[in-house]
Design a protein around this ligand. Structure first.
Ligand code: FMN
Length: 321
């Protein structure tokens, strides 16, 4: 199960829990890292550098294993705040930073000097090439089926991964539509050094979202997601509900960011995620939601993923019955 990349990071399984806005806390991240995958905390939950530094310290109290910090830099992000997050991870010398949304070029030299591994997450091979050129250690490619932001090209994970293998020389991490050991085995067999999972980790007992959302995940099929915010050039895959339908309908009618904000605002949705308001909130999730039938503890999930991946790989070499 080891790859060069997982050995470099010192993790047992080549599995990364991607950044999860509002959910990736120290407790959740440590629960994942303690089971041998790479847990990740979200910088963007924090209002300043000191708050993030405290969260990093708390993570270190809860796990002695490697972990990462996700720093999402979406188009309308606050550059000053991003600078504070970067300072926090540099001062704390966290093992890994996962960036997304925009090129991390401006911070690469400082991150490297602090000995931090930089994984940049992108939704297209052309952005991955740029990231390789500016010196990141690895790129994560997420396809059209992913939770979060699938990018503008509507290219699915499989063809994107095949193209990435032709073009890139740095380690590639595959994401989007991977939620089990079979998916992990498939990605490794295509040459990926690890996988990133988002949706599957939301559906765990430790994930700090209201139970109503976990029950909704279990009820949902792979056809139950839709894209919103395409008109803002920042598509997001969400579970279909009245709030998402309303956003789509407003976009068709020409609404701009200011008009959409009362529904899509992260802060408003954070409260709804904690209150269990599944009708009124925007809930990002990927198409792999369709295969999730139970909410497992992270420990059981990781054991299941390991067993499935080993069985898949053995099946390929020994011949399937
Ligand atoms: C609820 C949720 C919140 C997410 N928040 C972030 C985020 O803050 N930053 C980020 O880079 N990616 C975020 N993502 C994307 C994941 O890190 C990961 O790239 C993606 O979920 C992989 O696709 P999958 O959902 O098919 O596993 C989020 C995904 C989900 C499901």
């Amino acid at each position: 199960m080891k790859t060069k990349f997982s050995s470099m990071l010192g993790i047992e399984y080549p599995v990364i829990q991607g950044g999860l806005q509002w959910l990736a806390t120290a407790e959740f991240c440590a629960a994942v890292s303690n089971q041998g995958a790479l847990g990740m905390i979200n910088a963007t939950i924090h209002e300043d550098k000191e708050s993030l530094k405290k969260e990093i310290a708390k993570t270190r109290e809860l796990t002695g294993k490697p972990f990462g910090v996700n720093i999402s830099m979406l188009p309308h992000g606050d550059d000053k705040l991003i600078g504070q997050y970067m300072q926090a991870v540099i001062e704390e010398k966290v093992p890994v930073v996962e960036t997304s949304g925009r090129s991390p070029e401006a911070w690469i030299a400082d991150l490297k000097e602090a000995g931090i591994k930089i994984i940049h997450k992108v939704p297209a091979v052309r952005f991955a090439l740029k990231a390789q050129q500016v010196g990141v250690d690895a790129v994560t490619l997420v396809g059209y089926e992913c939770g979060g932001h699938p990018g503008p090209d509507n290219v699915a994970t499989l063809p994107m991964l095949s193209r990435a293998m032709q073009e890139l020389s740095i380690p590639v991490i595959a994401g989007g539509g991977i939620g089990c050991g079979n998916g992990l085995a498939a990605a490794l067999s295509m040459g990926a050094q690890a996988v990133v999972m988002g949706t599957r980790f939301v559906a765990t007992q430790e994930c700090p979202i209201h139970k109503n959302f976990k029950d909704w995940i279990v009820r949902s099929k792979e056809t139950d997601t839709m894209l919103i915010m395409q008109s803002l050039r920042n598509p997001m895959r969400v579970l279909r509900n009245p709030a998402a339908e309303k956003v789509a309908q407003m976009e068709r009618a020409g609404a701009g960011l200011n008009e959409l904000m009362p529904i899509i605002s992260g802060k408003i949705n954070r409260q709804k995620w904690m209150d269990g308001d599944i009708e009124g909130s925007i809930f990002t999730i990927g198409q792999i939601v369709g295969m999730i039938t139970s909410i497992l503890p992270v420990q059981e999930l990781m054991q299941q993923i390991k067993l499935e991946a080993q069985t898949s790989i053995a099946g390929l070499t020994q011949g399937h019955t």
